[in-house]
Design a binder for this molecule. Structure first.
Ligand code: SF4
Ligand code: SF4
Length: 145
């Protein structure tokens, strides 16, 4: 019978028992940005007027906003950090920052108030507006504000 301590996985298992974990305790511990990267979108709720310009310019439909609800959301997994929204905003409410946390939702609405989900919000476009990239005809989506 083979000696189980000669199996290659035994050494690895014993090393894993005494070594530090290979993963981080996200979100309490986040990975620093690599040098030269643009960072993450930083949003200022106080200066934003919810005009929707950044939403219309975003090439990946990562942004959602609603003037009535004072609601602004960034889908961080869609954002490609291109900076187009930063250039589009004339209120200086958006910046790229390597220190900004990856916050998804910003809102001035009362706690518990209903908020439009991203997909639902993009479906609230007025009739006759250009189709979005996910639609059959392609093209940019237009914000319904
Ligand atoms: S363009 Fe600027 S002011 Fe307008 S919705 Fe976007 S962040 Fe707010
Ligand atoms: S950085 Fe680019 S992809 Fe990200 S939210 Fe702004 S416009 Fe959209």
């Amino acid at each position: 019978m083979a000696n189980p301590f000669n199996l290659p996985m035994v050494g690895r298992s014993l090393r894993n028992l005494v070594s530090r974990p290979a993963t981080r305790r996200y979100p309490s511990e986040t990975r620093p940005h690599f040098a030269g990267t643009r960072g993450t979108i930083e949003f200022d709720l106080d200066t934003c007027v919810f005009c929707g310009l950044c939403v219309r310019r975003c090439p990946t439909l990562a942004l959602t906003c609603s003037r009535e609800d004072r609601f602004f959301a960034i889908e961080q997994l869609r954002c490609i950090a291109c900076g187009v929204c930063v250039d589009a905003c004339n209120k200086d409410s958006l910046h790229m920052s390597v220190d900004a946390p990856r916050v998804h939702l910003h809102t001035g609405a009362a706690p518990g108030a209903p908020r439009p989900g991203h997909q639902e919000w993009h479906q609230q476009q007025p009739a006759g507006s250009p189709p979005g990239p996910g639609d059959a005809a392609g093209g940019p989506a237009v914000a319904a504000i």
